[in-house]
Design a protein around this ligand. Sequence first.
Ligand SMILES: NC(=O)c1ccc[n+]([C@@H]2O[C@H](COP(=O)([O-])OP(=O)(O)OC[C@H]3O[C@@H](n4cnc5c(N)ncnc54)[C@H](OP(=O)(O)O)[C@@H]3O)[C@@H](O)[C@H]2O)c1
Length: 332
Amino acid sequence: MTQTNRQILLASRPEGAASVDNFRLVETPLAPLEEGQVRVRNHFLSLDPYMRGRMNDSKSYAAPQPLGSVMIGGTAGEVVESRNAKFKTGDKVVGMFGWQEFGTSNGGDLHVVDTTHVPLSAYLGPVGMPGVTAWYGLNRIIEPKAGQTVVVSAASGAVGSVVGQLAKRAGCRAVGIAGGAQKCRYVVETLGFDACIDYKAGNLYQDLKAATPDGVDGYFENVGGEVLDAALARMNAFGRIALCGMIACYDAQPVPLRHPQLLLTQRLLVQGFIVSEHMDVWPQALAELGTLVAKHQLAYRETVAEGLEKAPGAFLGMLKGQNFGKQLVKLI
Ligand SMILES: NC(=O)c1ccc[n+]([C@@H]2O[C@H](COP(=O)([O-])OP(=O)(O)OC[C@H]3O[C@@H](n4cnc5c(N)ncnc54)[C@H](OP(=O)(O)O)[C@@H]3O)[C@@H](O)[C@H]2O)c1
């Protein structure tokens, strides 16, 4: 009997905010495996903010996703059939199969992972791309020194939560910025940050000033817009800003900087980066992050939507901050 695969395609490009109408769910038959191929049943699908950029046909670091193709994305699953000597049925693997229940490939893009001490889903979070992103921006751009102050926005999220915990391990004062009292409480009480500012309440600049009495030496930017303005105004001379994401601008109009002169007067280093362009650090970063997770020394949280059909709604919700920690879709 022919098995079917369910897939979510990019049906149209958003005009303004993305909507569920930009996606289409289809069922396609699975062709028999050819020699050298592997078939994976995806268990988890990673939903990430960068996917919003790929939906547009605009200038970016990566080509737009073609219309009518399966939405791009990281996946973690299990080999269910193999005609490739490097993989056997039952192997747990991570790959980039995108928004679909089954993936088929020649194995070149798959990595077998050990789930003895690290849960499969964590390979899409703290021990995957978001974790390496945190590791790279913090260690290679901010280069934290003990006693310094590091601030990170979207602090309860997949990337931000790792940044602050690694900064604490480096002996820094770690201050988060997040949306809402519940997320801020989690950032301090569970993740161990020294403070967390709720940017949706109070006066962001005044609250950040109170939480950073010695100024800010390193700022890890996930958000942009007004949050960047407030952080910029607290930067110490020769501070470093790792520009990782600008999620406040993905769906909306760009927000101009209010005080760009601070870049000069504080002699700041501002470095944008794309983690997939730094594959040389991945083995070291993944080894360190995997050890921390296995030893329960790195906390993380997941928001899990159940079923492929929930992916578009969960993705759009994440862009509005409805996720609490790494946003995943559980497919089985
Ligand atoms: N450069 C790279 O290579 C790279 C790699 C991975 C990720 N990134 C970037 O890193 C950032 C974090 O990604 P993630 O996967 O860890 O996502 P995440 O933080 O788990 O989820 C996104 C969070 O962004 C916050 N947010 C959304 N709209 C916002 C707004 N208008 N103003 C302020 N905050 C807003 C929300 O948190 P609150 O509820 O706290 O507002 C939301 O939960 C994203 O900008 C992403 O594009 C970059």
